[in-house]
Design a binder for this molecule. Structure first.
Ligand code: TRP
Ligand code: SF4
Length: 332
């Protein structure tokens, strides 16, 4: 059985971008692999170190989100990154195998730094050692569990490439010890935001969260970006530049061809079209929210799931660190 490892930063609830971009793949893969799902609290602290309560709360929030979309704790090992100190050890060892220049060139790191500058102005320019080094820590996440397949969004590909480089360097110096991981991309690698931005994101303020109430869904969809040329129902419009149409394609697949042709012919008004999407979105989210209620009422079950998964993950990481230390001649 091949091993899957993936991680999520506990900094907020899951949104449709996570769901269609990565989580759908987890659901498909959970039956056929040894599956480790990391709640990456240490990584979340690299840019939320001054807000520890937020990270702590979101460890449970995101775990509940993942359980409510249908991931089965009997098949998936949910674990908390900070509970596996072996990951931190590996990070230290790997940090010798990567140059600062290479980290600064990493496209994911680069675009995150650019985003910080945009959000925080000159404060965004003071990048910490920990933040710059998080690709090294992510390589430790993956290799600690001998992750062979890593389901991620396409924004994470440069981090995987960096991980493979570290693995190759390690193996070439210390002997063949670690496995090179491969990415698994979803059919939809990126979900656009309500405002038409190429990426849906919490910090971009353009996301639909799985936990959004029906009122929030209504408000968000009513304000979503549509074809600006269309004023009246009779105006023919271009669905390809309309976010309402875009989400119909995700959650209202049965009716999407009708939506498209009626929109193009001017046989559909935007308000009615939005109402139909609101209904479809609520129908899509309803079973997820129902499942979530159960976990909200049983926090002890969520804790137990994390504990069990963490214990299994810890054993696996202990095996890896043994091999690594022996290869590095530090197995005193
Ligand atoms: N960096 C990933 C993100 O921001 C989260 C993550 C942490 C991860 N560790 C990982 C993803 C290991 C894949 C493998 O979404
Ligand atoms: Fe978008 Fe629907 Fe209006 Fe067409 S009719 S522009 S698909 S909201």
């Amino acid at each position: 059985m091949k091993t899957i490892l993936t991680g999520l930063r506990p900094t907020g609830n899951l949104h449709l971008g996570h769901y269609f971009g990565a989580c759908q793949n987890y659901l498909k893969m959970q039956d056929d692999y040894e599956f480790y799902l990391e709640i990456a609290d240490v990584q979340a602290l690299t840019d939320h170190f001054n807000d520890p309560m937020k990270v702590r709360q979101n460890v449970y929030e995101i775990t509940m989100d993942l359980l409510s979309i249908g991931l089965d704790p009997k098949k998936v090992n949910f674990f908390i990154q900070s509970k596996i100190p072996e990951i931190a050890e590996l990070t230290v060892f790997y940090s010798n195998l990567v140059t600062v220049a290479r980290l600064e060139r990493n496209p994911t790191v680069k675009s995150e730094i650019a985003q910080k500058k945009e959000l925080f102005g000159h404060h965004g320019e003071s990048i910490t050692y920990g933040f710059l080094g998080y690709p090294v820590s992510q390589a430790a996440d993956i290799t600690a569990f001998s992750g062979e397949l890593v389901p991620v969004g396409d924004d994470q590909l440069p981090l995987l490439e960096q991980c493979r480089e570290i693995v190759r360097k390690f193996n070439s110096i210390y002997g063949n010890t670690l496995k090179e991981p491969q990415q698994v991309l979803s059919n939809i690698t990126r979900v656009k935001g309500l405002d038409g931005n190429e990426k849906m994101g919490k910090s971009l303020g353009n996301a639909i969260f799985l936990v959004d109430s029906e009122e929030e869904i209504q408000k968000k969809i009513m304000n979503a970006k549509t074809d600006p040329q269309k004023i009246k129902k009779e105006d023919p419009a271009n669905p390809d530049i309309c976010m309402v149409y875009y989400y119909h394609q995700l959650v209202n697949k049965e009716n999407v061809s009708t939506v498209c042709s009626e929109c193009k012919k001017g046989h559909r008004g935007c308000v009615a079209c939005k109402r139909e999407l609101i209904q479809a979105m609520n129908d899509f989210l309803h079973p997820i929210k129902e499942k979530r209620k159960y976990y909200e009422q049983h926090p002890e079950i969520v804790k137990e799931i994390l504990e069990t998964g963490t214990n299994t993950a810890k054993k696996k990481a202990e095996e890896t660190i043994k091999k690594v230390k022996s290869a590095m001649k530090i197995d005193y």
